[in-house]
Design a protein around this ligand. Structure first.
Ligand code: R5P
Length: 320
């Protein structure tokens, strides 16, 4: 396909990130209007001409999730109707990815519903950063491109944690549940520390119970890695299990997406997390934890540049 002009549109959840991505591409975001009708409906309007253009809509879908999703559907439909040749949704944090299967009878497959709505809104392609589920590509019917923040977060950890592998009080990389087992290996490949895994059982939306810690953590400083932090329950329980197992020193957490819902910040601080390293895929609310934020603008800019020019993502792609 010979793509037309490259255009970037910012959704209201990702104004700063879209601007830094556009800057990396030498562009400015398309002028658009977002407002509320008195009954609460969202109204969007794109002001620039888009006929035959290659349009990238940037919108993370953290809380308020439903609003941000609806806005994305409307922006995609608007771009399509304005004549865009191709509409790509750049959704750094994709909501509903944890609902990638039924875990009990009577449940929907939430991710499938969102995927169908994206398609119905004329999204031609989806870009996600470190998606929660590897099943994303089989559930979403439009082409999916994934990229990863892990090397960027690992760089930030290197600067922040200040421990040489194999010297002094060792650090250990920890997966707070089995779902993060592959992710922790990716951090280990970057940083060279040993790995441990905490067994987790989810009791409810914001409560989890942890069991045994697999791996050597006694006397070691834990660096816990996860794809996302929602209520902080997973991390708080993991810290407790690690301390019980003899881990020592300041606790560091790295996560691609810091939703930090409700009291997550207090929960992390209360559990003894000293530092959180995350990205600007979502805006992290004020917390007593020291937060280090890694910008995704340059990386997403490079991803979009390659997609626009029909080039492969290669090393930028998330591991499959
Ligand atoms: C679950 O599998 C995810 O990777 C995260 O561990 C989880 O979603 C975090 O949620 P919360 O912070 O509410 O425990």
């Amino acid at each position: 396909m010979s793509a037309g002009a490259l255009r970037v549109v910012a959704g209201s959840a990702s104004v700063g990130l879209a601007a830094s991505m556009a800057e990396a591409l030498g562009l400015e975001c398309v002028a658009r209007e977002l407002e509320r009708f008195p009954d609460g409906e969202i109204h969007v309007r794109l002001h620039d001409e888009m006929r035959d253009d290659d349009v990238y809509l940037v919108q993370s879908t953290g809380p308020p999730t439903q609003e941000h999703l609806t806005e994305l559907f409307l922006l995609a439909d608007a771009a399509h109707r304005a004549g865009a040749l191709r509409v790509t949704a750049v959704v750094p944090y994709l909501a509903y990815a944890r609902q990638d299967r039924r875990t009990a009878t009577g449940e929907p497959v939430g991710l499938r519903v969102v995927a169908d709505l994206l398609r119905a809104s004329h999204v031609d392609r989806l870009v996600v950063v470190d998606p929660h589920t590897p099943a994303l590509e089989s559930i979403v019917s439009v082409p999916v491109e994934t990229t990863t923040a892990v090397p960027l977060l690992a760089d930030a950890l290197r600067a922040e944690v200040d421990i040489d592998p194999g010297s002094g009080p060792d650090a250990v990389l920890v997966a707070p549940d089995l779902g993060a087992a592959k992710l922790v290996d990716r951090y280990a490949a970057e940083l060279g520390y040993d790995v441990a895994i905490v067994r987790k059982t989810r009791l409810s939306g914001d409560e989890v119970a942890t069991g045994a810690v697999v791996g050597e953590v006694a006397g070691r400083r834990p660096i816990i890695v996860d794809d996302m932090i929602s209520t902080g329950g997973t991390l708080a329980s993991a810290v407790e299990a690690l301390v019980d197992a003899g881990a020592t020193g300041p606790v560091t957490v790295a996560a691609s997406h810091g939703l930090m819902v409700g009291p997550a910040g207090d929960r992390l601080a209360g559990a003894g997390v000293a530092t959180l390293v995350t990205t600007d895929s979502l805006e992290v609310p004020e917390t007593d934890v020291h937060v280090v934020t890694v910008g995704l603008g340059d990386r997403l800019g490079e991803v979009v540049h390659r997609l626009h020019h029909g080039q492969p993502l290669d090393e930028l792609a998330a591991h499959r």
